[in-house]
Ligand binder design. Structure first.
Ligand code: FAD
Ligand code: DHB
Length: 391
């Protein structure tokens, strides 16, 4: 069997790539290790940049997003016992973010692909890449116990941070940049009304906390934890106690408790693999880079990458133009490094750094004071939060 683009991984990157290629008349086969039910239930990111919303809307994926997505015009920063609003829309000429869960984006993409007759294969095992340095690469895999091979013109490596695509590139041909942070997050999804109409990022003396939401009835909350902690170290009572203390400042509403529907623990790292192309393999999304979640950039970067890649592949198949493919890595990395810088800034500014010196702590509070008192600094934060332009 042959296809134009074999795509590994049905996260936001792989699914959107297959959708964008389909709109340009390019065939793909998408191979996913997990079941459809698993990827549709995986709770992850929740904030869509304006550019992400525009792209999804322009490509026919905006119906439910428009109905159910919550448009936000600002965020709150909480520190030293008070809340400060960053009016993102006013600071960025009317741009907004939309709160809409990543798994909802994934559900919308899967149903659009299947309605269009797209070839998505779930529950696939033992994927390996062959001949990525040649003009005719192939993907081998196991489907329902049978070995299969698909030859293709290109491979979209969209299989996330732990996938096999990046590992298929010879180590000598990749430069890796990494920072691991000395803290993690515990996240809960809770059936409870919101404590605020907007997200609250809190820097408390005990550590970071974040209030977010998924709907008017569902809150998403995070607290800073030790990266070595186990989820069992954080019974619900300990999480609630931390949240009440850290989110107390300002506001007229009490943080409401409710049934905890889901609980996760996540470590934090910044990571970039360069270049994002090797021969006929193109890495996109978490397969190529990871950001700490404080800037809400992970899924948005994945979407921006495949936007660039789909255009480059279209130019190749329609006009034989290779420039887009040649520039793919450099084009994406410009945006990736800006998001890395911003995610690192938000992470460094808002967390309690274990073993951090009093000097570092004073600098953190000076930075919080700066972004909430200087219009220029607030505007720089807002511009990055709503998202730098798609190329
Ligand atoms: P993924 O969504 O990881 O998709 C990769 C897909 O490839 C998966 O479906 C996987 O099953 C599949 N796969 C992997 N290996 C193989 C293989 N060998 N063969 C076939 N298929 C394979 N970002 C934020 O901005 N805010 C957040 O709160 C946030 N929370 C997160 C919580 C967790 C637990 C994690 C892991 C990530 C979180 N992120 C968050 C990051 C964000 O969710 C990612 O940046 C986003 O999922 C990237 O999309 P992707 O398509 O590149 O990769
Ligand atoms: C959410 C996650 C984030 O990492 C963030 O910065 C904002 C919101 C969320 O899950 O809603």
């Amino acid at each position: 069997m042959h296809t134009q683009v074999a795509i590994i991984g049905a996260g936001p990157a792989g699914l959107l790539l297959s959708h964008l290629l389909h709109l340009d008349g390019i065939e793909s086969v998408l191979l996913e290790r997990q079941s459809r039910a698993h990827v549709e239930a995986r709770i992850r990111a929740g904030v869509l940049e304006q550019g992400t919303v525009d792209l999804l809307t322009q490509t026919g994926l905006g119906d439910r997003l428009k109905r159910e997505g919550l448009v936000h015009h600002g965020i709150e920063l909480s520190f030293s016992g008070a809340r400060h609003r960053i009016d993102m829309s006013e600071l960025t000429g009317g741009r907004t973010i939309t709160v809409y869960g990543q798994h909802e984006v994934v559900k919308d993409l899967i149903s659009a692909r299947l309605a269009a007759g797209g070839d998505i294969r779930f529950d696939i095992a033992d994927v390996s890449l062959e001949g990525i340095d040649t003009d005719r690469p192939a993907v081998r895999f196991n489907e329902a116990g049978a070995s299969r091979e698909i030859s293709c013109d290109f491979i979209g490596g969209c299989d996330g941070f732990h996938g096999i695509c990046r590992q298929s590139v010879p180590a000598a041909d990749l430069s890796l940049f990494e920072r691991v942070y000395p803290f993690g997050w515990i996240g809960i999804l809770v059936e409870a009304p919101p404590v605020s109409d907007e997200l609250i990022y809190a820097r408390h003396e005990d550590g970071f906390a974040l209030f977010s939401m998924r709907s008017p009835q569902l809150a998403r909350l995070y607290v800073q934890c030790d990266p070595q902690d186990d989820i069992a170290d954080w019974p619900d009572e300990r999480i609630w106690e931390a949240l009440h203390r850290r989110l107390k400042s300002g506001g007229d509403r009490q943080l409401a408790e409710g049934p905890v529907l889901e609980k996760v623990i996540a470590a934090m790292r910044s990571f970039v693999a360069e270049p994002m192309r090797h021969g006929r393999l193109f890495l996109a999304g978490d397969a190529a880079h990871i950001v700490p979640p404080t800037g809400a950039k992970g899924m948005n970067l994945a979407i921006a990458d495949v936007h660039v890649l789909s255009r480059a592949l279209s130019s190749h198949f329609k006009r034989g133009a290779s420039e887009g493919l040649e520039n793919y890595s450099a084009t994406c990395l410009r945006r990736v490094w800006k998001a890395q810088r911003f995610s690192w800034q938000m992470t460094s500014m808002l967390h309690k750094i274990p073993g951090g010196s009093p000097f570092e702590e004073r600098v953190q509070f000076a930075e919080l004071d700066h972004v909430t008192s200087s219009r220029a600094a607030a505007r720089a934060l807002a511009e990055n939060y709503v998202g730098t332009p798609f190329e």
